[in-house]
Design a protein around this ligand. Sequence first.
Ligand code: ADP
Ligand code: MG
Length: 254
Amino acid sequence: MPATLAPPTTAIARPLPTAEPTRPAHVAVRALAKSYRTGSDPVPVLRGVDFAVAPGEMVSIVGQSGSGKSTLLHLMGLLDSPDIGEVTLRGERIDDLPERARDRLRNHVFGYVFQFYHLLPELDVLENVLAPLMIRDGFFAYLRNRKAYREQAEAIVARVGLSHRVRHKPKQLSGGEMQRTAIARALVTKPEVLLADEPTGNLDANTGAGILELLSELNRDDGLSIVFVTHDASLAARGHRTVKLVDGRVEEAD
Ligand code: ADP
Ligand code: MG
């Protein structure tokens, strides 16, 4: 009998499993709590936040001003320490590591992008992008690798669409170009996780959409895990998933 006439096997008839196997978290926070002490009483900002980012995932964080979005991003990226709870990278706790190890992770694993770019005004685009390598390696090690680093930085500047601006200083750039420079600077150390705090907060809608398009490309093409904060619902929807902070806790928005 020809194979094409064979009855369907039970294997074909069996329904596919509906649930995806759980992916291990890339970065996660568990039971995270943080208060700030301004007057005599501590003011709680995060009150038990649980939140995980899968490898290659792009997650948006939304929430009212003052809801703790920046605080959460800072804790995830080891820029600050939680009062309670933990931060893990591929399942290993990282928030309680010695300062040197935390420094290493800040320089090698995380990339940071902020609303106000924080570029060095005296340096041009290429020099701003090179700065993290100089800081990470120290001046003499940097000098030894200078040629390779320049090529690396030039490639990243091209990647963010600024090859025609390498010798421009920040004040000669538009807001979108400054943010592209800041993104290139965050990428030059080849991070695994990009943390972006309102990267479009100071940009008009079109320019902001262009920045989100760039982040989406980096996520899709390079597998970069991305967590970004935004006030804009249409930009938040560019993530695979949106997390909302309400009263110091996470409410999954979709
Ligand atoms: P968001 O980014 O969602 O606007 P933040 O995480 O910046 O919120 O801040 C949450 C709350 O914590 C705010 O009420 C803010 O005033 C307060 N806060 C943030 N950083 C500090 C700090 N370093 N010292 C005291 N209070 C702070
Ligand atoms: Mg903020």
